[in-house]
Design a protein around this ligand. Structure first.
Ligand code: URA
Length: 197
């Protein structure tokens, strides 16, 4: 019987074995799979690694990662207590937006990660990440509003709660969005408390 961490390691190995997005893989330094604990109650999902993430092989370690860590600290959480990942797991060249087909290719692996971790709450960072789960999402009206949804898995389906938030990189340089994101973050403990599981 495999531990959750071993199952996650297997998904990571599969991305390489299955040759996912070879064009991105070729130009990236390495795969940026995820960071944190496989026992997390909360999974944070960004879009794609940037330069520093590509260099270190870890998600959210640059400027937006520092901001994310500060917001986690504000709700008394350390990075090691949550799980952080991205939809697309190789850095797109010149930090361009990931293409729809790149997101589509990586999505099954993200869903497998969620199936292993089974978090109480999935927090999407940015509208692109949110729209993978909530295609009707309007981030400016729906941010900070948790939504229950069904997630289709390989065998069956599960209920998850999605909380769409603004992306920390965008919020960093926009005072209004920055405060909104921090206010939304402050809701997380209350939202978690309300979710029974
Ligand atoms: N932005 C993202 O969406 N993901 C990262 O890992 C870093 C910055």
């Amino acid at each position: 019987i495999m531990t959750k961490q071993q199952l996650l390691d297997q998904i990571k190995a599969d991305i390489i074995t299955h040759n996912v997005c070879p064009n991105l893989a070729e130009q990236a330094t390495q795969l940026v799979f995820g960071d944190g604990t496989s026992d997390a109650d909360i999974v944070f999902i960004g879009e794609a690694p940037g330069r520093q993430e590509d260099e270190q092989g870890l998600p959210f370690v640059g400027a937006s990662g520092k901001f994310l860590s500060e917001m986690l600290a504000s709700i008394h959480l350390k990075r090691e207590q949550v799980y952080i990942t991205n939809i697309v797991k190789y850095r797109p060249p010149q930090n361009r937006d990931p293409l729809p087909e790149e997101k589509k290719e990586f999505l099954p692996y993200l869903i497998k990660q969620l199936d292993v971790i089974r978090p109480k709450l999935v927090v999407t960072l940015g509208r692109h990440s949110g729209m993978q789960f909530l295609p009707e999402l309007h981030i400016s009206t729906h941010h900070g509003q948790p939504k229950r949804m069904h997630l289709k898995l390989e065998n069956g389906e599960t209920q998850i709660v999605i909380l769409p938030l603004y992306h920390p990189a965008a919020a960093l340089y926009n005072g209004g969005q920055r405060q909104t994101l921090m206010d939304d973050f402050a809701l997380i403990p209350h939202i978690l408390e309300k979710i029974r599981k």
